[in-house]
Design a protein around this ligand. Structure first.
Ligand code: SF4
Length: 365
C-alpha cells in the first residue's frame, strides 16, 4: 500500500497532470498495482429511481425541470421494481447498485422511507448499495446506514471556483457538508466530478485538491466526461478527448491511491483501446447498463466482451469493506427528525443557464 498524502496542492497536481504521457501512465499504473488488483474492475449498475422534475439548475443535467430536454419524468419506483432491476444487474455481473433520485435534498416522509426499504432489499441480495439523493442531514445519513447502505454518492463536480459557473442553486460548501454528514456514519463516500464542462485544467486540479485533501479520502471517485444533452446549458460543449480522460484518471489514481476510480459517463464516446488505457491508468470501476440515469451507456454484453478481451474480472461485492448489517424498519431505533436544514441558495445568475431556461419557457408557450 502507498502512504496516502492529504495535503496535495494545486501546483503539485498540475505538475502530475502535465507530465509526459508515458511517465504519467507508468507512475499511475505502478501506484495502481501496489494498491489494487489490476485485473479486477468493479461493475456497478446505476438506476434512476426517480427521474426528472428537479428544482436545481445544474448546467449539465437533463433532469432539471427548468430546461427543455427529452427526459421523461417518473415518480419514485416501487421496492418491487427496484428489486427486479437489482436481480437483473446481479445476474449480469454487477456487484453494486447505485440508486439516483432527482432531488435537491432528502425530505423525511413516505418517499424516503421507501428508499430505506430499497436499501434493505438490495443489501439482502448481497450487493453493495449506493444512493445519490441530493443533500442529506446527519440523521438521514444515519438512517441510511442503519438500513444497510454501503456508499453515498455526492459529487463535487468541479473546482469550487468553476462550480459557480455551472450551478447557481446551491453552494460548494453544501456539498462538503453532506459529505461530512455521511462521514459521521460507517457509510463510505463516493464523490467525483465531470470534465468537459468548459473548465480549465486548473479547475480539474482544483477539484482533485478538494477531494484528495478530505481525510479520509473518498473510497470511490467517479470521473465523468460530459455528455452534452440538447436543451441543457452545456449542450454545445465539445466532447473531451480521450487523452484528457486518461490524464484525469491517472492523476486521480496518483493522488488518491486507495480510492476506487470510476470510469463513468461518456464511455460511449470512447473506443475499447481508450478504455483499456484508462484501466491501465488506474480506473477500476465502470457503470453497466444501456443508460446512465438518462444518458446513453454501452450495452452490458459489449462490456463483458471487452472484459474478456482484456482479461479483466468483475470485482466481487464487499471486497474492500465488510457488508453492513441491515436493521429492519420495525426494529429501528432512529426516528425521522423532520428537520428543515437551510441549504444555501446563492442564486447568482449564470448567463447560459438563463438562456436555456428562457428557451425552454418559450417552447412551452
Ligand atoms: S444533477 Fe441532480 S441536483 Fe442537479 S439538476 Fe440534475 S437531478 Fe437535480
Amino acid at each position: 500500500m502507498s502512504a496516502t498524502k492529504h495535503n496535495w496542492t494545486k501546483e503539485e497536481i498540475l505538475e502530475i497532470y502535465n507530465k509526459p504521457l508515458m511517465e504519467l501512465l507508468y507512475e499511475a499504473a505502478t501506484i495502481h498495482r501496489k494498491n489494487h488488483d489490476p485485473n479486477v474492475v468493479q461493475v456497478s449498475t446505476l438506476l434512476s429511481i426517480k427521474t426528472g422534475g428537479c428544482s436545481e439548475d445544474c448546467g449539465y443535467c437533463p433532469q432539471a425541470a427548468r430546461y427543455h430536454t427529452n427526459v421523461e419524468g417518473n415518480d419514485l419506483m416501487t421496492v418491487k421494481q427496484v428489486k427486479a432491476q437489482a436481480l437483473r444487474a446481479k445476474s449480469t455481473g454487477s456487484s453494486r447498485v447505485c440508486m439516483g433520485a432527482a432531488w435537491r435534498n432528502v425530505k423525511d416522509g413516505e418517499e424516503f422511507d421507501q428508499v430505506l426499504e430499497m436499501v434493505r432489499t438490495i443489501n439482502k441480495l448481497d450487493m453493495e448499495v449506493c444512493c445519490t439523493l441530493g443533500m442529506i442531514t446527519e440523521n438521514q445519513a444515519q438512517r441510511l446506514a442503519e438500513a444497510g447502505l454501503y456508499a453515498y454518492n455526492h459529487n463535487l463536480d468541479s473546482s469550487e471556483e468553476y462550480y459557480k459557473e455551472v450551478i447557481s442553486t446551491r453552494g460548494y460548501q453544501d456539498r462538503l457538508d453532506t459529505i461530512d454528514n455521511v462521514r459521521k456514519t460507517n457509510v463510505t463516500v463516493c464523490s467525483g466530478g465531470i470534465i468537459g464542462m468548459g473548465e480549465n485544467i486548473e479547475d480539474r486540479a482544483g477539484m482533485l485538491v478538494a477531494l484528495s485533501t478530505l481525510n479520509p479520502q473518498p473510497e470511490s471517485t467517479p470521473i465523468n466526461a460530459l455528455v452534452a444533452v440538447e436543451g441543457t446549458p452545456l449542450e454545445d460543449q465539445e466532447p473531451v478527448s480521450i487523452w484528457e480522460m486518461i490524464r484525469m484518471v491517472a492523476t486521480t489514481r496518483i493522488v488518491m491511491p486507495e480510492t476506487q476510480v470510476r470510469l463513468s459517463a461518456g464511455r460511449t464516446q470512447m473506443t475499447r483501446e481508450g478504455q483499456a488505457m484508462c484501466f491501465f491508468a488506474g480506473a477500476n470501476s465502470i457503470f453497466a447498463g444501456d443508460k446512465l440515469l438518462t444518458t446513453p451507456n454501452p450495452d452490458v454484453n459489449e462490456d463483458m466482451e471487452m472484459f474478456k478481451e482484456l482479461g479483466l474480472n468483475p470485482q466481487k461485492p464487499f471486497t474492500k469493506k465488510v457488508q453492513p448489517q441491515t436493521v429492519e424498519a420495525a426494529e429501528s431505533k432512529l426516528e425521522a427528525l423532520g428537520e428543515k436544514p437551510r441549504w444555501t441558495r446563492p442564486e447568482h445568475t449564470i448567463a447560459r443557464n438563463e438562456v436555456a431556461k428562457a428557451k425552454a419557457k418559450a417552447m412551452k408557450q
